[in-house]
Write a protein that binds this ligand. Structure first.
Ligand code: PHE
Length: 377
């Protein structure tokens, strides 16, 4: 920097020479014009308009000039800096506009594109239905009990009072995993089957617990049926067992009524028709009032009902008082205790409750079937 108070010729100050100021200005303008991005412009700004840029340094020289030289140099530098700042602002605006236009294109959202999030799944309606039924009983104090799907023949049949020649034991009806090895074999004469119903859990529950026993057993069962609109070799049942002192058929009926009322509405009811199961005595077939026509289609040709074929009732499953032989086989004293049990298929219930016409829809795993049942948890 030049020393103050010296007799001073501005031309002597290299940095303030007009051609130098012009060059600094032109270099700045060229650098701004050449900057092709906001980052490059920022660099050019630091170099040509920042505190240590040649023009700023030149500007500082002015302070040391004698008064008569200050005005002229000040004007020259001021004009140059003005032009530089103007060019900088213009280029800045230009580059920002370019960037905004580019961002609009690059970051625009095409709402028609397929989304890339994993869609939330819907639970299978069989699962939700099974849980809904089980919940009716859990809220009454019943406990959920489970048993294996690959089951000892003894639990599936013998403990339930099926005679050795009962037709259900035939290969035509039951999937055998292993045949019986004979009375002397390690399995005590019992083969291994895929359980054909959830009733073996009755026997397991009684062997595991001391009465009173109140259990509900949802689960998968197997029968040698071909898959078609109304049959599937793998399906689901829900079983109920209550064993306590003094239980009667009235308790069974009251429990069934409570279940259908909880699931289908307060005016629902059930009816029992005589039937036979080896493990219940007496045994009954249980029907529920048709939840669509509430029985009003019966004898009323003007109001036919597809759900119950205008019969007014829908068959649900089997039930009865636990056969004393089953209690004995499971170590429960039939003189002291009595019990009731029932079991029914979940697929069937789903079919008539939701007008599902083909059981195959339930096993094929197509989400277009499950999704309309919603996101219930
Ligand atoms: N287990 C029987 C079936 O699969 C139903 C049933 C359960 C009957 C309990 C009576 C008692 O058909």
């Amino acid at each position: 920097m030049s020393a103050p108070n010296k007799s001073y010729d501005p031309v002597e100050v290299e940095a303030l020479k007009p051609e130098n100021i012009e060059r600094m200005r032109d270099e700045a303008l060229a650098a701004f014009a050449a900057a092709d991005s906001l980052e490059a412009l920022q660099e050019a700004k630091t170099a040509h308009a920042g505190g240590t840029s040649p023009l700023s340094l030149a500007n500082r020289e002015i302070g040391a000039l004698p008064p008569q030289a200050k005005a002229e140099a000040g004007k020259r530098v001021g004009q140059a800096r003005g032009a530089v700042n103007k060019a900088l602002a213009a280029r800045q605006a230009e580059l920002e506009a370019e960037r905004d236009a580019r961002v609009l294109v690059e970051e625009s959202v095409d709402v028609t594109l397929p989304h890339d999030r994993v869609p939330a799944g819907a639970r299978h309606p069989l699962t939700t239905m099974m849980e809904r039924v089980a919940d009716v009983f859990v809220s009454m104090g019943y406990e959920i009990a489970e048993g294996p799907e690959v089951e000892a023949e003894w639990f599936n049949f013998d403990a339930l009072n099926f005679g050795p020649d009962h037709p259900a034991r035939q290969m035509q009806d039951t999937f055998f995993v292993e045949g019986p090895k004979g009375p002397g074999g390690t399995d005590g004469g019992s083969g291994v089957v895929l359980r054909t119903h959830t009733s073996p859990v009755q026997a397991r529950a009684l062997l595991d617990r001391e009465p009173p026993v109140y259990v509900v057993c949802p689960g998968r069962v197997y029968r040698t049926d071909e898959l078609d609109a109304t049959h599937t070799p793998v399906f689901h049942q829900i079983e109920l067992l209550a064993v306590d002192e003094g239980l009667t058929m009235a308790d069974l009926k009251g429990t069934l009524d409570h279940m259908v009322q909880s699931l289908f509405g307060a005016d629902m009811k059930t009816r029992l028709r005589p039937n036979f199961f080896p493990f219940t005595e007496p045994s009954a077939e249980m029907d529920m009032l048709c939840y669509v026509c509430r029985g009003e289609s019966v004898g009323n040709p003007d109001r036919p009902c597809r759900t119950c074929s205008s019969e007014g009732w829908i068959e649900l499953g089997g039930c009865g008082m636990v056969n004393p032989r089953v209690l004995t086989a499971c170590g429960v004293d039939p003189e002291k205790y009595s019990g009731f049990a029932f079991g029914f298929g979940i697929e069937r219930m789903l079919m008539f409750r939701h007008n599902v016409e083909d059981m195959r829809d339930m096993v094929e795993g197509d989400v277009r079937f499950t999704r309309p049942f919603g996101m219930e948890i």
